[in-house]
Design a protein around this ligand. Structure first.
Ligand code: 13P
Length: 341
């Protein structure tokens, strides 16, 4: 696979006004989401819900790619069109979550390391055949008493870099996602420090493993106060600290940074992204979105497991995608929240 193909794909993932829709919830996570709307979680209910998201009309104006789960990339629309084929025809690139989840890191109480490298080369080749153009691997960094440790940061950076190199060998653009969790009562400055250390270690590891940065996308967490912190930092501070942190640690060769929402409300996630793009002067990379919860929440609640609500749910998804597209260009405003989809 040529470097040129990887670069072209990576640039298309962060094309102007576009971001990524993450619908790659693992089986336990999607069950949690379905529990919240009192809907039974079966292979068919998951397929029906994902079909609703994938077939939402006009989404391709705002969404460049969708991240799928292993089960979903093998499923089809009710008319029998495989999801990846449906997406490709619509101009949306299929992506695939390939990590096997964050597990306890030995000798590091309270910290996790993401597993999934064993057999990854073969799995990537299969996903490529199924139509995937990019992949995702999520690492989890926790802020707490005396953590994150260097051991945890380095173990996760190493795994992300090994994964990224294998993706590029298979012709897939790697999304590298080191999520610094917002759980806790820490200050925004502690989040800044943990995020900077995490990103510096990640890019050192990517360099060591010979990963082509021009064909890589970073999925980052924003620099935020802990969820239960007193006096949480406001929108402007979050935007300013996040950009400052990225400038210190993310090489200019990278085409784009897409944010996860991480438990922010849909409105917060959109407002933060917009503030960054509105305040920043020249930046070497695009700043866009790769939200799961912040894009899906209104659609999930509207659907509530009822087929009759499908169109209204799609309208809700379309509206959030449109707002985040505007935010990726710094053109979102509060007033747009009230406009109909
Ligand atoms: P959230 O936007 O819900 O944090 O999910 C991000 C993610 O990593 C899913 O791919």
């Amino acid at each position: 696979m040529s470097a040129q193909t990887l670069e072209t794909t990576a640039q298309a993932m962060v094309a102007d006004g576009k971001g990524i829709l993450a619908i790659d919830e693992s089986s336990p996570t999607i069950k949690k989401r379905f529990d919240s709307i009192e809907t039974e979680c079966t292979e068919e209910s998951r397929r029906a819900y994902r079909e609703l998201l994938i077939t939402c009309s006009g989404l391709e104006k705002f969404i460049s790619g969708m991240i799928l789960f292993d089960e979903t990339i093998r499923q089809s629309t009710s008319d029998g069109v495989p999801f990846p084929e449906f997406m490709r025809k619509k101009g949306i690139m299929p992506g695939i979550k390939v990590d096997k989840g964050a597990k306890d890191l030995a000798a590091h109480p309270g910290e996790k390391v993401t597993e999934g490298l064993d057999g990854l080369r073969d799995r990537l080749a299969e996903y490529r055949d199924l139509g995937a153009r990019f992949a995702k691997w999520r690492a989890v960094i926790t802020i707490g008493d005396g953590i994150p440790s260097d051991g945890c940061i380095d173990a996760n950076a190493h795994a992300l870099a090994r994964y990224a190199a294998l993706c590029q060998e298979a012709g897939l653009v790697p999304i590298v996602e080191p999520e610094v969790l917002m759980d806790g009562d820490h200050s925004i400055e502690r989040c800044f420090e943990a995020t900077e250390a995490t990103l510096r270690a990640l890019f050192a590891a990517l360099y060591q493993q010979r990963v082509l940065l021009e064909g890589t996308i970073l999925k980052a967490s924003m620099v935020l106060s802990g969820k239960s912190a007193p006096n949480r930092a406001g929108v402007e501070a979050v935007a300013e600290r996040t950009i400052a942190c990225l400038k210190r640690s993310v090489p200019a060769a990278l085409p784009g940074v897409v944010f996860l929402s991480g438990g922010q409300t849909p409105q917060e996630a959109t407002a933060h992204l917009n503030a960054m793009n509105a305040m920043a002067g020249y930046l070497p990379w695009k700043l866009s979105f790769s939200y799961s919860r912040a894009l899906q929440e209104p659609a999930l609640n509207t659907w509530a497991g009822n087929t009759a609500n499908g169109k209204a749910a799609q309208d809700a998804l379309h509206h959030r995608a449109q707002l985040n597209s505007a935010a990726s260009l710094g053109k979102y405003s509060d007033a747009m929240e009230k406009e109909a989809a």
